[in-house]
Write a protein that binds this ligand. Structure first.
Ligand code: CUA
Length: 336
């Protein structure tokens, strides 16, 4: 009994010390969404369980090493114990109850994270190698930045034009895959931002050469600021094809691979491209004119520039209207 009380005290002290240390580990960034609260609660519950289990195992081990050491010259065998039903029932029921409790709080947190408000802000999120595009169907707006009003739930509908990407904003905690291959694979994610500020989407699924750079800005603003942003975007009408082309190549993520200033990239730079002679991978060469660019956007694999790989997804060009392709060509032509 004396040993039992002493070991129990050691376990309690070690648990308190372990918890004190764990709570000082700066593991998570600022908590900036409603959905982050149940997830952070799960983290802190885990910390408590981890601190206790660590103390229980290590504490009793240290205690036994010190107080139950074999005495010098003692060669006798230890006591032979033939099992204990009471102990076995105890060490079956306690872990079982713990695991059931954890799955219960886990299911509750999942429910809280997925709860949908009656009138969320709809945003379609489209991932492409290697950029993000945000469409607001209620307002007919396309943006390369994710603008969200504070304290209003956003319902994100995630999809991809090529491979599997994963949408993740650490401050909001929740994460979801963006899958290719159509409407039935669209994944939903609900986010209610609670803190004004600037954040960043990152891709959390290895998706190719520029995976590390597949990021997009997120701005959480007041409802009034959001309303004026919407107004600004809808009032904004572009008539100049070059300017329209410039906006389109940002929105469709073309500039992730094609630089406009001569910087080498995954795809050929557009600076000085129009009107030049390009050497192709089959040894022939071609004059870069509107016809060639049209084909390269619609059918990226048809002619490959020497030194580059056939990796541009045809879905990007397929998602553009003829007018949009013409605007992009006008923009490329302007980059002399
Ligand atoms: Cu997209 Cu990694």
């Amino acid at each position: 009994m004396k040993h039992f009380i002493a070991a129990a005290l050691l376990v309690i002290v070690l648990t308190a010390l372990g918890l004190f240390a764990l709570e000082r580990v700066d593991l998570l960034p600022v908590q900036a969404s409603l959905q982050a609260v149940p997830i952070d609660d799960l983290f802190s519950l885990q910390f408590k369980i981890i601190a206790f289990l660590f103390a229980l195992i290590v504490g009793i081990m240290i205690y036994s090493i010190i107080f139950f050491r074999r005495k010098k010259g003692d060669d006798s065998d230890a006591a032979h114990i033939e099992g204990s039903t009471r102990l076995e029932v105890f060490w079956t029921l306690v872990p079982l109850a713990t695991v059931l409790y954890i799955s219960y709080v886990g299911a509750q947190a999942l429910g809280a994270v997925q709860r949908e408000d009656p009138f969320p802000l709809q945003v379609d999120v489209i991932g492409s190698q290697w950029s993000w595009r945000f469409e607001y169907p209620e307002y007919d707006i396309i943006s390369t930045e994710l603008m969200l009003p504070v304290d209003k739930q956003a319902l994100l509908r995630l999809s991809s034009t090529d491979v599997i990407h994963s949408f993740w904003i650490p401050e909001f905690r929740v994460k979801q895959d963006a899958l290719p291959s159509g409407e039935e694979f669209v994944r939903e994610l609900t986010i209610t931002p609670t803190e004004l500020g600037n954040y960043r989407v990152r891709c959390a699924e290895l998706c190719g050469t520029l995976h590390y750079d597949m990021r997009a800005p997120v701005v959480v603003m007041t409802q009034a600021d959001f309303d004026s942003w919407i107004e600004e975007q809808t009032a904004f009408e572009v008539t100049d094809p070059v300017q329209s082309g410039q906006i389109l190549v940002e929105q469709f993520g073309c500039t992730a691979c094609h630089s406009v200033d001569g910087t080498p990239g995954v795809g050929p730079t557009w600076q000085g491209l129009f009107g030049s002679q390009e050497e192709l991978s089959d040894g022939t060469s071609v004059l870069v004119d509107a016809e060639y660019l049209y084909e390269s956007i619609r059918e990226p694999g048809a002619k490959i520039t020497n030194g580059f790989q056939n990796i541009m997804p045809p879905e990007i060009g397929a998602g553009l209207s003829d007018e949009q392709v013409d605007d992009i060509i006008a923009y490329i032509e302007s980059l002399q």
